[in-house]
Design a protein around this ligand. Sequence first.
Ligand SMILES: Cc1cc2nc3c(=O)[nH]c(=O)nc-3n(C[C@H](O)[C@H](O)[C@H](O)COP(=O)(O)OP(=O)(O)OC[C@H]3O[C@@H](n4cnc5c(N)ncnc54)[C@H](O)[C@@H]3O)c2cc1C
Length: 511
Amino acid sequence: MRTRRDFIERVAAYGGSATAAMLALDLLAPASASPPLDLEGSGNGTRVVILGAGVAGLCAAYELGKAGYLCTVLEARSRAGGRVWTVRTGDRHVESDGTSQIAAFADGTYLNPGPARVPQHHVTMDYYREFGIAVEQFGNVNLNAYYHSTAAPPEMQRIRVREAEYAMNGYTSELLAKAVSQSALDTPLTRDDKAKLLDYLSATGGLNKRYEYVNRGAAGYRELPAAGDQAGVPADPYDLMSLVRGGFFAPEREIDQQPTMFQPVGGIDALPRAFATRLRGRIHYNAAVTAIRKTPDGVRIAYTNAQGSPMAIEAAYCICTIPLPVLRKIPADFSPAFAASMNRVTYMDSAKIGLAFKRRFWEEDDRIMSGISRTDQTITQIWYPSYGYFGRGGVLTGAYATGKNARTIGDLAPRDREALALREGSVIHPQYADEFMSSFSVAWQKTPHNMGAWVAWTDDTRKSDYPVLSQPDGRIYLAGEHMSYINAWQAGALESARDVVRRLHARVRAA
Ligand SMILES: Cc1cc2nc3c(=O)[nH]c(=O)nc-3n(C[C@H](O)[C@H](O)[C@H](O)COP(=O)(O)OP(=O)(O)OC[C@H]3O[C@@H](n4cnc5c(N)ncnc54)[C@H](O)[C@@H]3O)c2cc1C
């Protein structure tokens, strides 16, 4: 920060309080990327049409509404939320090839086929707080869940996450400790530095006096400690190279997946529901946009209503949150450069398969309460529910795959997806065969109104096309998950909406 003026502007951006002054002076690092959206002045009833009622469109309508704009949201589906969707019993899903499924889950259980977990620092949490949405912990990391790998030796194809993590950390600490003690590191270390580093590696890596990794019990037991003479027998560690070849590691400590994560109680759709309640009367459902036209002083949007009749709406501005695989097929007056950029952007494929079971064997037999098991098979992951513990039955996410594995799943009929999830999952949980009730699967690349899971910017398209699409094309602004640097997260959609709201409001005020 260089000048007094910079300082005042930054304090204002953070909300003008003592905390804001500290934030502006960089004395308190902002824990969230999103400064408060205190829009000064009113939009004076300026009409804005918003395309799509996913969280980006809903957030834009809600925030602009608070600032005195007249917003209308056009949504192709019969519900709000877009990808933020909770499937409960009776819900129907039809994919682009016409295959249809109806969920048959026990009451109170559900599948979140899209988003399911929220990191603490995302703006999503701020909206949960604002709307009084109750949250509960989402067990993203459970060291008692499994790693499964067909590349590991037969006796260790299914091991607890804990066993792999402690051993990998122990062995790497051992290697580093030996290098340090033999002065084989490039880094110059004083005697004191060395002693401290060796203490650290011994403590965190579970090393003995000879700097060898030993499991004293932290990684798990062959016989658990109990009472009487049952002191417990620590399990022998798996060897380093088998662990490395098995590929037993996961990215679950990075900032967006760090423990502790959260979920709204009752389903991830609590947020779009809360927005939609506050936007009652402003959202047109079953309203599929069919053309986006520029007019001399605004936009004209053609759409079909629930009866299939052609309709149109005019407004001064448009915020379009329709995902790009869908948007590029809609006739529109975009400039050639804008249209070309839109056409170059690619999306990721992703699929989830929900499996309903009669009994929570993962809790009763395996003692896994929430969390994720990972495998190198097509299903990739099994997610255990972070709610309804000790209940009678429950819904597992029996597959969560991306890329090639998601395409393999998506290309199958729902029945065959179910068979695949049961076959591969049974290797990890043999109880599947006896306890299975029903399945429900979603392949996002075949889901109408999305046709992709999330944007996949490359270094090239981020450089050449993102800046083009970030600028409004006339009076049309793009917003949504794809127009952010937090891709594949609701926060990307919300931050992008807030960014467009800020810029549109500044333009309206300046005009
Ligand atoms: C498998 C998966 C897992 C994810 N996991 C997480 C997670 O754990 N946590 C997290 O925070 N985020 C997660 N995300 C990301 C999150 O779902 C998205 O970033 C966010 O929901 C995108 O919101 P959006 O409003 O930009 O887009 P969308 O939700 O796609 O909204 C776009 C809207 O436009 C509508 N639309 C499309 N075509 C038309 C048309 N012609 N006319 C009118 N309306 C139209 C659609 O129906 C939709 O409602 C996940 C996503 C997926 C797919």
